[in-house]
Design a protein around this ligand. Sequence first.
Ligand code: F6P
Length: 547
Amino acid sequence: MSDSPKLTRRPEWTALEDHRAEWHVHLRDLFAADPERADRYVVRVGDLRIDYSKNLVTNETLALLQELAVATDVFGLRDATFRGDRINITEDRAVLHTALRAPRDAVIEVDGKNVVPGVHRVLDKMTAFAEGVRSGRWTGHTGKRIKNVVNIGIGGSDLGPAMAYEVLRPYTARELTFRFVSNVDGADLHEAVRDLDPAETLFIVASKTFTTIETITNATSARSWLLAGLGGEEKAVAKHFVALSTNEEKVTEFGIDPDNMFEFWDWVGGRYSFDSAIGLSLMIAIGPAAFRDLLDGFHLVDEHFQTAPAEANAPLILGLLGIWYGNFFDAQSHAVLPYSHYLSKFTAYLQQLDMESNGKSVDRDGHPVDWQTGPVVWGTPGTNGQHAYYQLIHQGTKLIPADLIGFARPVDELSEELKAQHDLLMANLFAQGQALAFGKTAEEVRAEGVAEEQVRHRTFRGNHPTTTILARELTPSVLGQLIALYEHKVFVQGAVWNIDSFDQWGVELGKVLAKRVEPALTEGAEVPGLDSSTAALVAAYRELKEV
Ligand code: F6P
């Protein structure tokens, strides 16, 4: 039990409340008063240039936020985490995804044992396997070359590889087909395999626990599909199924040879597991060298987070900005708006990272919190969003802080004509940041000759905060840097809010209830204690099913 004061009673918190109460300034005025602002509020980490000048902050705001970080000992928890302390208190586990990208000679201990050699042993095993598949040395049961790789997993065992495969498509072996199956809706697996030849298909069953019902159900159906296509010979499974898991017993029980299992450890949280063995499908897609570049990108930001002083520490700054809006402006959500088609699944990935981590309402001691915790994270690629929901950000009644992410160069393989579209794409990013921050005053609208009755409709209030993250190009390393940046940002917020960002008990109840309700749907079984609303829905479902 901690005896530290409640967050909202800390003097550093009430100082921020007072500061907020006096906050009436517009971004237009902040920029007008400070010609250096655009240069000063920029932080660089690796290849990322993070411009936070269009945020509702002054030096005083930043200083007060830093004081809150000191008071809540964010860096103390950071150090304990990197050291391997069991900071995931409700599961009594260390939180060491950072060890997954540590160099071979690093020493990181859990219970007195250096875990880094194990990490590299698995990476080497993944490398040999990925090279085998890519080169055609690893063949299917009938001797045919593997041409299709299907990853079956859900949550952290799906979102990372599925997202990164999209992001890094230009780096992938284009002659191979990759599919990602997560939904227990049979349509997902059906669509993934309907045009594939089982003799050329490898299934990667990705599950930390190897007990997740969606994954095990899909993997069982995939096994039947494979055996049906290959004449029912059980031994075919060994050449077409591999497992990524911490649970050797369950993997063996499922019928996958432990030699074909790539392990990871309980100190890797599911949503932080993408750079463990869970990345195998991605490694096959982009090759081991590019995968290691990705890990190096993660590691670079890990080091930055550990060593950069508070005023230049990118994850700390981004985390504190989120706290400023969520806790003091009552912002309920945070938009992540990439200006890159390749990042189309990036925000979906961040949703699990952020919302499963910080969607909590009791503190680390189990006391209810009376402060806002994690925001709703949402967004899609920017230009598409501009023609859909940006209207609400510009002229609606809600404050929605946003990150705009863009790159200076398009990918090399585009034609010259398509590359030329890149400036237009980025012009949109810059224009949106500008419009959101500075808006358009009634005077400016009138000066355009707009009729008076239309002026209010065409006025943009502005003063909407954005952070712009720019890099030269979207490489594997840059992707690693971006993900690690958000991982540590989420960590910072959880540390300030004094919540356990590494458990996910909220997912459990639904799982348990689904298991209890299923027999009522399949066999019409009586489910004791079912509430009347759900019982009526079940009855209606059964009736419709029979018609
Ligand atoms: O959604 C809950 C969760 O436990 C996630 O944290 C995890 O990523 C996902 O389920 C999948 O779990 P597993 O990898 O054990 O199948």
